[in-house]
Each structure stands twice: as C-alpha cells, then as structure tokens.
Design a protein. Structure first.
Length: 324
C-alpha cells in the first residue's frame, strides 16, 4: 500500500470514529417523544413514565414526552414508531405484545419486528395477579377451578386487550387447569377493572401495578400471583402454580426505536437505560408497583423477543385465539 493510500484510509477511519463520538456526545439535544402504545393508567404507561423521568434527569433534564397511542393490540402506536425518522427523537415502549404475541395472534401484522424495529434495551418484568369480583364465592385458585368446572362457561374473564398477558396468560391457565371461561377483551385495564368491580365480569389476571392497589383496598379479591415464587410486594399471595403445577406468566418490556437507528445512539440509550435501572429509587418505585428491573443488551432483548414469540405461539395455537 502506498503512503498516500494509507494516509487516506487512516483519515477516513478517523473521521468515522470522530463522527460517531460526536453523535453520541451531542445526543440528545432536543425533546424526545416516547410512544406508549396503550392507554394511560395501565402498567406500561405507569412504568414507562417512571423510567422516562429518571432518564430525563440523567440526560441533562432533556424533556421526554410520553405520547399514548392505544389500540390495535399495540399496532397503532408501533406503526407510529415505524414511520418515524431514525434519529433517536422518537422512541417507543415495546413489549411481549408488540414484539412477540402479535406475530401469532394477528391475522396480519403491518410491521416486521426484525426488519422494521431496533430493539434498544429491555427494562422490566411484571407478573400478573389473579383477582375476582367480591361476590364470586371463591377464595383460592383451587376453589376457582372447582367452581369453574361446576359452572362451565359461566365465568367471564376480562383482559386489557387481545394478545396481552392478561388475555393469553388466562388462556394458558384455562388449558392447564382444564376449565372453560369466556374472554371479554377491553381497550385498556381501567375499563376491565371497572366492570370487574361492578360484576360485569368475574375475573381478571392482570399486571400487578394496575390491579394490585384495588385488591389491597378490598375492592376485589386477590387469589394468586403468576410468578413461580411468592412476590415480595404481595407475600401473602400464593403462586398460582401451587394449584396448577408449572404455571408461570410474566410480562416484559423496554425501549425500541425505528429501523436503522444509528448504533452510536443505540449504545448511548442502552447505557443510559441500564444506568437508570441501577438507581435504587427507581428500583424501589418499580417494586412498589409490582415490577422488577430487567436490563439487557440489545442482543439479549432481541433473543428474549424470539424465545417469547415461540412460547406464546404454542399457547395461541392451543387456545385458538385469533384477532382478525
């Protein structure tokens, strides 16, 4: 190689490195829009807001504006992200629904997780709490199973949307417990909980951050929790697996971006998210909401989505669940 060619190659490489360092150092310079593809007040919304507040403080108090775009099993909000510029100023919450269950549940998904999205970092895991209307004459998961078998199809269970863990987790419970119950999907957790308290439906198995406070206040009766072990937030609740061996369900979610998000911005965001999740105050906030921090690399996040896609595909096929 001639000295001139070597110098040109070295200069080009140095320029690329300097450009990448500049992008990482400068970002973010203006407010970030963070889409939450579900209704306000649900677990994704509450937890994402807590994470966004910590990220904002870390990154020089840059505003992170939450933009709720509910509907279509997370498709509406996710498509907003897909159509956005890959500059790091439009991000979204992505979870087990948008990144895993939709692939098998929906007849047609207008985005491709592997082609159209950049998975930046997983952030959290949440287990579900099974609760019933106070008038239903059951006080344990075992009693619920016995009642459901004696009254097949008479129990209506609500969910915060098709394909959520409150929907598919209960479908998994039905299959493993050998019971028949009617699914009533809602557009968010608030409407489902309201109907549960009024007796319009009899049961939900929903993320602990949204259903837990109602159970603690006595407005609903909690029967069990979907984790394999007892929860530190709800130590009095036995795992559902004590009545249905092998049963375990958790929701998860993190931050995603559109395709072609520059790797320097992905690295910056991943590092900031992991730093935020190491903050003791945020960890305690998550714990009080019934969630736990679950940081990851981008590669680990994508592998999680792949494994969960395969798991829930089996549940969807067995249950016959489908959204056209």
């Amino acid at each position: 190689m001639t000295p001139l060619r070597f110098l040109l190659r070295w200069t080009l490489a140095a320029s690329v490195l300097c450009f990448g360092a500049t992008v990482q150092a400068a970002y973010p310079e203006r407010p970030i829009r963070l889409i939450v593809p579900s209704a306000p007040g649900g677990a994704p919304d509450v937890l994402t807001r807590a994470l966004a507040a910590q990220l904002s403080r870390q990154m020089g108090n840059v505003p992170i504006v939450i933009d709720n775009k509910p509907g279509g099993s997370y498709v509406i909000g996710t498509m907003e992200l897909v159509r956005s510029a890959p500059d790091g100023y439009t991000l979204s919450y992505g979870n087990v629904v948008s990144l895993a269950t939709n692939r098998s549940l929906l007849a047609s998904v207008p985005y491709d997780v592997d082609r159209d999205l950049t998975l930046v970092a997983n952030a959290l895991r949440v287990v579900n709490l099974m609760a019933v209307n106070n008038d239903l004459p059951v006080r344990s998961v075992a009693e619920l199973i016995a009642y459901a078998k004696a009254h097949p199809g008479k129990i209506a269970f609500g969910s915060d949307g098709n394909g959520t863990t409150s929907h598919l987790g209960t479908e998994l419970f039905k299959a493993m417990a050998g019971v028949s119950m009617l699914h009533v999907p809602y557009k968010g957790s608030t409407a489902a909980i309201t109907d549960l308290m009024s007796g319009g439906i009899q049961l939900v198995m929903m993320n602990t951050p949204v259903i837990g406070p109602h159970a603690q206040a006595g407005r609903l009766r909690a029967l069990g929790i979907s984790s394999a072990q007892r929860s530190s937030t709800y130590p009095e609740l036995a795992p559902i697996s004590e009545a249905v061996p092998g049963f375990e369900v958790s929701a998860w979610g993190g931050i995603i971006g559109p395709a072609n998000l520059p790797r320097e911005i992905v690295a910056k965001l991943n590092a900031e998210i992991r730093r935020a999740l190491s903050d003791s105050a945020l960890q305690e906030r998550f714990r009080t909401l019934g969630a736990e921090v679950s940081p990851s690399t981008p590669e680990e996040f994508r592998e999680l989505a792949r494994v969960e896609t395969e798991k829930w595909a089996r549940v969807i096929k067995a249950s016959g669940a489908r959204v056209d």
